[in-house]
Design a protein around this ligand. Structure first.
Ligand code: BGC
Length: 893
């Protein structure tokens, strides 16, 4: 425990927070938006850097309070000789003017940021509460996880323990400076990777590199389907395979830490980075995060669960406070991170935003209490790039500063850590045991995945990918294109199919209409960070994108498919979305018109077509609605294919009888054209399901994008909808969506029967008393690691049922289990608590099996700080979507 003089602590807190405020990088977006077309990567980097540098220096000396935040008059004196910038400081602080709330514009955060010294007792390395149980909770390493969908809960506790012991030994001989060096990046652009930890004695350092869908910033890599497309498959085996292949490519390039997966929840339909994540439901997102991490780390690369937490929109992402109640935090936003911890994730990236008035990266509650204490996380927390705001964040639970410099790319800006952290230990502000803890967490994570054994050297330079001296151009793609193609197809959602318009049956004439059908006019990588919507949409934009080795468009794939059919088909195309007459002329009299449209979004440092990261509205892009209407006017077999980063409003044309079919094809990576062709021609029977709700009107969504704000403002984003994210809001308020969460059609039909539920008894009695207490309505204990405990998460009930394929083609049904809590619980009407992909031959049947744990049947008790079974009757439904329930049952509690 750190003991710190209270006055010094308060002064430091205010001062450092003030400097942090001054470092606001909101100008980043505007500066970079100017360079969104045609600029080279290094140009953009320097543009970011200049912008941040000028922002920091301008506001570091600005003493004014906007009347919104309460920080004022800060002066710093930097000691240049030692490189210490903030150890000796003078500050004067004046209170915010009373009644300072803005009279117009968005709601603003009035609580000022503070950095409390941890009030939570965190021991260095919480250990799991139970010992391994063979056949249930096997002791294993993240390098050998149980297979996808397994009921085994892997116990990584012993592996962590061994890794920590080795780390402790390694760092025991290190000086304070050496230990600090493990925690502080070398500075943006100073090293081969987007983040770099320097070599220290026998420890070779770390390369940290984006992105969640593959290695960014280098060549000869695969651009995998986005997280959103992977989640839309609802297939754990595919999600695991994607994670494994991604992990292999990172390792092949010599990256120790892959900066993904991303698991923010798509609270806002327009949220710019939703496509990087796994959709708008915590359970689905949690399963996808779990499988992805197990896959990545099995390959030997460290995964990073990001962005922790409540980072749900791009607008003002560095200047917004997400205000979230504790129950919502636990049940909704924290869940995917808990699943990540259970998957043995080694690192977590804290986000740019504030949570309840405190920056995520110095938020004692979310870092020390939620993540390290309650979930028992034994790895390390790194900052998002530039999300570090103070030296004292070390005592709030942060472990690694990324990329290390205060102003990205400006070594003269110094570092919050590095020499400052050393000085804070030397002057008694921070206990050295905390530094030991940080270094040990980092080094243990490296040992956990055997990265000390023949790990490849970094063979690329993310900042200068064409520099011959530092780029080995090593090909790590293997045959990963196969999994890309498969997931692209399996993640495509068939939304409408009348008159059996699909699959296509060797049509004699096919018209391909729309820009999204063809290649980009600039080639696959013609826009920096994929910041352009031109041609087939394979990825969204920003740091989550990748450099395509190639990008198959529908135009290429469909032509190849037509030739394979050799049935005398003809293909014509028209790729201009604005020349409606030209498009109509092409579609006229064709057997089928395939209209390809899209909607794009990305990270807020780039603006594309007026969309500053977040989408500015929910309509499809590039005149799509008019294009579809025009084609449907001349062709009675118009089929719409949308590649989209999320939901869009389809009301203008969805009921048009000439629009005979609609496929929502996600954002599928480099095999986009092949994946959709497989679905259109019936080589793959679609089984994808929507990982979010598609509303009829934007205002039907329960949470909206917050815009506006002045340069110094901290926007207030109140999560007033609480537990009612996405479909839960529609259900709770009886709002009809256009297509509900979990919806998706097939080329066949399925019926359900034979529901059975039974308790699972187990031979070991290790947790009998905990289980009995839970059954009696007591909250789970508030011990370290308690929310990840075996007894809470092991299967407690088994639900079985039969799915019959009532059609003539084989297909995969995604059976979903929705729990209906007793009314005493105050839960939404239906919550997803299980799903399974069930492959059924034509006219055949197969059994579905889904388990429920005690955790699944609990709510977070804020007062008791534990998971508790509410009283009353629990019912559940099994069905094909969140509104298509086929079987109903009661949990025998
Ligand atoms: C993004 C992170 C990314 C990091 C490094 C940040 O702007 O939010 O997701 O990993 O940059 O590129």
């Amino acid at each position: 425990m750190v003991v710190l003089n209270a006055r010094l602590s308060a002064l430091c807190a205010l001062l450092l927070a003030a400097i942090a405020d001054a470092q606001s990088t909101s100008e980043l977006s505007s500066a970079v938006s100017a360079s969104s077309s045609g600029a080279s990567a290094s140009e953009v980097v320097s543009s970011i850097v200049t912008s941040v540098a000028s922002s920091a220096s301008a506001s570091a000396s600005s003493a004014t309070s906007s009347g919104v935040t309460s920080v004022a008059s800060v002066s710093t004196s930097s000691s240049t000789s030692s490189g210490v910038t903030s150890a000796s400081v003078s500050a004067s602080v004046s209170a915010a003017p009373s009644g300072s709330a803005a009279t117009t514009g968005p709601p603003l955060e009035s609580t000022h940021i503070t950095i409390p010294i941890s009030k939570y007792p965190f021991s260095s390395f919480p250990v799991p509460s139970a010992s391994p149980v063979p056949g249930v909770y096997p002791s294993t390493s993240p390098k050998s996880p149980p297979p996808p969908g397994s009921r085994l809960i892997p116990d990584f506790g012993p592996a962590w323990k061994a890794a920590h012991a080795r780390a402790k030994r390694l760092i025991s001989g290190w000086s304070l400076e050496q230990k600090v060096a493990t925690t502080t990046g070398t500075g943006y652009g100073n090293g081969l990777c987007v983040g770099n930890i320097p070599p220290i004695a026998d420890f070779p350092g770390l390369c940290l590199q984006d992105a969640p869908l593959g290695v960014r910033g280098t060549d000869f890599v695969t651009v995998f389907p986005t997280g959103l497309s992977a989640a839309a498959t609802w297939q754990r085996a595919l999600i695991r395979a994607r994670g494994l292949a991604i992990g292999q490519e990172f390792k092949g390039k010599g990256v120790e830490v892959a900066l993904g997966p991303m698991m923010n929840l798509g609270r806002i339909a327009q949220g710019g980075r939703n496509w990087e994540g796994f959709g708008a439901d915590p359970f689905l997102s949690g399963e996808a995060a779990y499988e992805t991490i197990l896959g990545m780390q099995a390959a030997g690369v460290q995964a990073c669960a990001k962005h922790y937490i409540n980072d749900e929109q791009e607008h003002f992402r560095m200047q917004e406070s997400s205000n979230v109640d504790d129950r919502t935090e636990h049940e909704i936003y924290f869940h995917p991170f808990l699943r990540s911890v259970q998957a043995g994730v080694t690192s977590v990236m804290c986000s740019y935003n504030l949570i309840n008035g405190t920056y995520a990266c110095e938020n004692d509650y979310v870092l020390n209490e939620l993540l390290k204490n309650q979930a028992g996380f034994q790895g390390y927390v790194m900052t998002d790039w530039g999300a570090h705001h103070s030296t004292m964040s070390a005592v709030a639970g942060m472990d690694m500063s990324m990329p290390g410099d205060i102003v990205l790319g400006d070594p003269s800006s110094g570092s919050w850590w590095g020499a400052n952290l050393t000085a804070f230990v030397q002057n008694g502000s921070i206990a050295e045991s905390r530094i030991d803890d940080m270094a040990e967490r980092i080094v243990a994570s490296w040992y956990l995945l055997d990265q000390d054994q023949n790990y490849p050297e970094v063979s690329f330079n993310a900042f200068f990918p064409n520099d011959p001296a530092t780029n080995g151009h090593i090909d790590v793609q293997s045959d990963h294109y196969k999994i890309v193609r498969e997931i692209g197809a399996a993640g495509s959602v068939l939304l409408k199919n009348t008159n059996s318009a699909l699959p296509l049956k060797k049509p004699r004439s096919v018209a391909l209409i729309g820009n999204d059908a063809g290649p980009s006019s600039r080639g696959p990588n013609g826009y920096t960070y994929a910041g352009g919507d031109d041609g087939i949409l394979g990825v969204g934009w920003g740091s989550g994108s990748g450099l395509f080795p190639y990008l198959i468009s529908p135009l290429e794939a469909i032509q190849a498919r037509v030739r394979k059919d050799s049935s005398g088909s003809q293909v014509s195309w028209f790729l201009n979305n604005w020349d409606l007459a030209g498009a109509q002329a092409t579609a006229l009299d064709q057997d089928v018109a395939l209209v390809f449209v899209n909607a794009d979004s990305g990270e807020g440092f780039l603006t594309v077509d007026g969309n500053e990261g977040d989408r500015k509205n929910l309509t499809l892009w590039q005149n799509a609605d008019n294009l579809i209407a025009a084609i449907a006017e001349v062709n009675r077999n118009t089929i719409v294919i949308a590649h989209s980063v999320g939901p869009a409003i389809v009301e203008p044309w969805i009921d048009n009888p000439n629009v005979t079919a609609v496929v929502w094809a996600g954002v599928p990576g480099q095999e986009a054209g092949n994946s959709i062709t497989d679905v259109l021609y019936g080589d793959v029977n679609p089984s994808g399901r929507l990982p979010y709700t598609m509303a009829k009107r934007p205002e039907d969504y329960g949470a909206q994008l917050i815009t506006g704000g002045e340069v110094d403002d901290i926007l207030r984003i109140d999560y007033t909808e609480g537990l009612n994210i996405d479909y839960r809001h529609f259900d709770a308020n009886n709002i009809d969506p256009r297509f509900e969460f979990g919806f998706g059609l097939s080329y066949t039909t399925f019926s359900y029967a034979g529901l059975h539920i039974s308790p699972i008894t187990h031979a070991d009695s290790t947790s009998a008393s905990l289980e009995a207490a839970w059954a009696a309505g007591k909250a789970s204990p508030a011990d370290e690691g308690a929310v990840a405990a075996l007894w809470l998460h092991r299967p407690a009930f088994e639900v079985t049922f039969t799915v019959k394929n009532t059609g003539a083609v084989a297909g995969t049904e995604i059976a979903q289990l929705y729990l209906h809590f007793p009314s005493s619980a105050g839960e939404p009407p239906s919550v997803l608590r299980g799903f399974e992909d069930i492959q059924v031959p034509a006219h055949g049947s197969a059994q579905g099996k889904i388990t429920l744990s005690r955790y699944d049947l609990s709510v977070w008790d804020v007062d008791a700080k534990g998971w508790r079974k509410p009283s009353g009757e629990f019912t559940f439904s099994i069905g094909a979507s969140s509104r298509d329930f086929r079987l109903k049952g009661t949990v025998p509690l």
